[in-house]
Write a protein that binds this ligand. Structure first.
Ligand code: FAD
Ligand code: SF4
Length: 497
């Protein structure tokens, strides 16, 4: 396996060449390790990785992790911790890695975070803990996410799953609806407080977006399985194929003796553009396309013969992580040309910078300031797309510059598969069956932001179904807050985790 992207940066010993120069100078000037450049993470070569679905990023070796951990200043004010919605004691776990105490580092993270290997892979750390890191003020922040991933993977490889001691059972039964990051966090924390928790999941696999949305090459299913099993090892029971609002209602759960319910059902209902031709064969929502590839295992062809259109020339509409995941999936499923079609410019793209860079390396084309206006048909199938060029005007309510159509700029793109990734919204299936559950005007559940408490007694909610599409760690933060509030409500005591 070669790493051409990194090879200019790495010496024969795998040590960054720039860093080695700094070290040898630092030996003379006694420079601190914090002045070393951030340790790069090895990645698979783009030409190799687009031929399969295996993970792109390879994680740190032990030596790389210790080196990166040595950059941490161990700041007394610990600003990075305030940037973590689940309050991981970041300096403490980094110090343990630096000291070679990797199992203790993993245990330290798991005091607050039930899903560390997942967060280490997909959290937008650049906007969270790493955005607050003192080192980032003048240079590059400590690679907190990569270190978190290292500790979690090291523990799994060297120690197997390690579960904490649990307190005596409280006898309280709690239902969690949805097994995404919000539900898994709430369930895991409540179990660690001694409660008996059952998770009801509509799909045939637990994990929510982690398993049906985010592709294998960014987040392997084996990692999700491992961390779901950790939550189960805390005593959490997960019932699959249970659609609450259909198989059972929320009222049924209360009647069955659950003393509190947490709703973490995400916001997975796709949004379409409403343009002519959107109902043709060969147009998918990103949600359906990724579900067919991930959950229904089209990515494991030929072991699984899942029906999915394998386009040759693919257009993915949108500029977020979901659009990039769809585009990179299409490439791996055999497309010859894949374009991201986005109505604003690169500067407004909501996707993570790292994922945009990965997509570019893999040959995904970007058509910025372009808006599809019509999808063209041949024999009931997509044959092309008419687009209009845009220019940017004043900022809109989102703070991003508003795209304005340029008159007479229409042009045609030849495509045979269109994937619409312009967002999702709340699915009304469960809320519509719960009288008195207060929703906002977009259909998201209204809660007290400090506790996740809804308008109904003993019913809490958190994650995307409250905020709209957000991030894994924000959903987890909401699950944690609700778990603490439920514990306080049921026992009158403050939670210790
Ligand atoms: P979800 O993960 O959506 O989980 C909700 C669960 O509830 C699902 O399993 C669903 O089946 C279940 N459910 C729904 N209705 C019912 C019902 N009535 N009864 C029972 N169960 C029900 N965020 C990041 O931080 N980093 C990323 O890189 C990133 N990439 C993404 C890529 C894709 C393709 C997508 C779609 C999202 C991505 N996100 C990313 C966003 C992130 O995944 C979500 O913000 C997060 O998963 C929300 O968690 P949740 O627990 O609220 O909901
Ligand atoms: Fe270390 Fe950065 Fe946190 Fe300071 S802010 S303790 S340098 S990770």
């Amino acid at each position: 396996m070669s790493f051409p992207l990194l090879s200019p940066l790495l010496g024969q010993d795998g040590y960054p060449t720039a860093a080695r120069k700094t070290v040898s100078r630092s030996n003379q000037r006694k420079e601190r390790p914090s002045s070393l450049p951030r340790t790069p993470m090895r990645e698979r070569d783009p030409s190799e990785r687009t031929g399969d679905f295996e993970e792109v990023s390879l994680g740190y070796s032990e030596e790389e992790a210790v080196r990166e951990a040595s950059r941490c200043l161990q700041c007394r004010k610990r600003p990075c911790v305030a940037g973590c919605p689940v309050e991981v004691d970041i300096p403490a776990f980094i110090r343990l890695i630096r000291e070679g105490e990797h199992a203790a580092a993993a245990a330290k993270i798991k005091e607050k975070n039930n899903l560390p290997a997942i967060c280490g892979r997909v959290c937008p750390q650049e906007n969270q803990c790493e955005a607050e890191c003192t080192l980032g003020k003048k240079g590059e922040p400590v690679a907190i996410g990569r270190l978190e991933r290292f500790a979690a993977d090291w523990e799994a490889t060297h120690k197997g799953g390690v579960s904490p001691d649990l307190p005596p059972p409280t006898g309280k039964r709690i239902a969690v609806v949805g097994s995404g990051p919000a539900g898994l966090t709430c369930a895991g924390d409540l179990a660690r407080m001694g409660h008996q928790v059952t998770v009801f999941e509509a799909l045939n696999a637990p994990g929510g977006v982690l398993v049906y949305g985010i592709p294998e090459f960014r987040l392997p299913k084996s990692i999700v399985k491992r961390e779901v099993e950790y939550v189960q090892s805390l005593g959490v029971r997960i019932l699959l194929d249970h659609v609450i609002g259909c198989t059972l209602t929320l009222q049924d759960l209360m009647r069955d003796g659950y003393e509190a319910v947490f709703i973490g059902i995400g916001a997975g209902l796709p949004v379409f553009m409403g343009i002519p031709g959107e109902n043709l064969n060969g147009v998918y929502s990103a949600n359906e396309y990724l579900t067919r590839s991930n959950l229904m295992k089209a990515y494991l062809f030929p072991d699984y013969d899942t029906p999915i259109k394998r386009g040759k020339r693919v257009a993915v509409i949108g500029g977020g992580n979901v659009a990039l995941d769809s585009a990179r999936t299409a490439l791996r499923l055999g497309a010859e040309e894949v374009s991201i079609v986005y109505r604003r410019s690169r500067a407004e793209m909501p996707a993570r910078a790292e994922e945009i860079a990965h997509a570019e390396e893999e040959g995904i084309q970007f058509r910025f300031l372009t808006l599809p206006v019509r999808i063209l048909e041949k024999d009931g199938w997509v044959r092309g797309m008419v687009c209009q060029r845009m220019e940017l005007g004043e900022p809109d309510e989102s703070g991003r510059r508003r795209p304005i159509p340029v008159e007479g700029s229409e042009f045609e793109m030849e495509v045979d598969l269109v994937i619409v990734a312009i967002g999702t919204r709340a699915n009304p299936l469960l809320p519509s069956t719960v009288p008195g559950l207060r929703l906002n005007r977009w259909g998201y559940i209204e809660v007290d932001p400090e506790t996740g408490r809804t308008s109904l007694p003993n019913v809490f909610a958190g994650g995307d179904i409250v905020t709209g599409s957000a991030t894994v760690i924000e959903a987890m933060g909401a699950g944690k807050k609700a778990a603490r509030a439920i514990h306080r409500m049921l026992t009158g005591e403050e939670a210790l985790i």
